[in-house]
Design a protein around this ligand. Structure first.
Ligand code: SF4
Length: 322
């Protein structure tokens, strides 16, 4: 357990978190920026790159997802990639400045067998490049989490997506408690937890408060918290949904920073639709991690050159530009 991230904050309620979310925006950002500077190096941004190692055909019905087999979307199904292909992509990511390589498979759950063995090999090989490793493979058991740990995995990503009360309006094939059970297995295997959510799933501010409280109440809270803004994909039930206003996104980033001072907070999906100015406000409010590369699993991401230019304008350092 990482003792430095154990919560020392007083117990908060959902109403407390909602009150935080509803503060005047600039007061909220100011408070979050102060917390960020107290607990972290505010001039540093961690850079990850994400690769879809097995795309589409997922039996889950997440209403936002282009990879669900329940919906007809433009995403084509592809089998599990070969280790060599993944390794080539990881090398490229490293050369491009990423320090963590994340691999995502559109599975409901991990099944023991040759495909899982192949993923374990990917983790070993990427780790051997000197990069941090992260995978997202759906639900898994403690034994499987342990095998990933032994292969050299640093982080396991499994998002809660939204607050418990809103969850079954978005996903019906798996429960909130299933998610928490997987997160427990990950934690018990002494892996770092990467867990966050998505804004723009039709949730209310109180649902966002519930999600943030759930994350912050974990003991310890996740080491990595990705905050996504829905990228509406044609053919999914949420395909016509209007994008979340930038100010709402900044609010959630700021509240997450205040509630989880030691976590790495990642601007994830939807960053491509955000202006540089809105991203700058997110960094001020405590975001300190981004995904690099042109694509995030199956949706577009800002081009690496524009990211480098933005970070340079803001005077933010990365592992590649210390
Ligand atoms: S979000 Fe993940 S679990 Fe849900 S449908 Fe997409 S790939 Fe499957």
């Amino acid at each position: 357990m990482n003792l430095s991230s154990v919560q020392t904050e007083p117990t908060r309620t959902r109403a407390d978190v909602q009150a935080l979310l509803e503060k005047p925006l600039l007061d909220l950002v100011f408070e979050a920026a102060a917390v960020h500077r107290q607990h972290q190096d505010a001039g540093y941004v961690q850079c990850s790159q994400l690769l879809s190692i097995k795309t589409g055909g997922c039996p889950e019905d997440c209403n936002y997802c282009s990879q669900s087999a329940h919906f007809s979307t433009p995403v084509a199904k592809e089998p599990l990639m070969e280790v060599d292909q993944v390794l080539a992509s990881a090398k490229q990511a490293k050369e491009g400045g990423a320090d963590r390589f994340c691999m995502g498979a559109a599975w409901r759950e991990v099944k023991d067998g040759p495909e899982f063995d192949q993923v374990l090999n990917m983790v070993r090989e990427v780790k051997a490049l000197g990069m941090e490793t992260c995978v997202t493979l759906g639900m898994l058991t403690k034994g499987q989490a342990q095998r990933l740990k032994e292969a050299g995995l640093d982080y396991y990503n499994h998002n809660l997506d939204t607050g418990r009360d809103h969850y079954d309006k978005v996903i019906t094939t798996r429960s909130y408690d299933d998610r928490l059970e997987t997160l427990n297995a990950v934690r018990e295997a002494d892996l770092n937890v990467c867990c966050g959510g998505i804004l723009g799933l039709g949730e209310k501010s109180s649902d966002r408060a519930q999600l943030l409280l759930e994350l912050a109440s974990m003991s310890p809270p996740p080491e990595s918290v990705p905050i996504n803004s829905l990228v509406a994909v044609e053919g999914t039930p949420l395909g016509e949904t209007a994008p979340v206003d930038w100010s709402e996104f900044v609010r959630v980033i700021a509240a997450a920073r205040i509630l989880m001072p030691s976590a790495t907070l990642r601007l994830s999906a939807g960053r491509g639709e955000m202006s540089e100015e809105a991203q700058a406000l997110c960094f001020l409010a405590g975001a300190n991690s981004i995904f690099m590369g042109d694509e995030l699993l199956t949706t577009p991401n800002p081009a690496p050159d524009s990211d480098a230019a933005l970070l340079s304008k803001l005077g933010l350092r990365t592992q590649a530009t210390p």
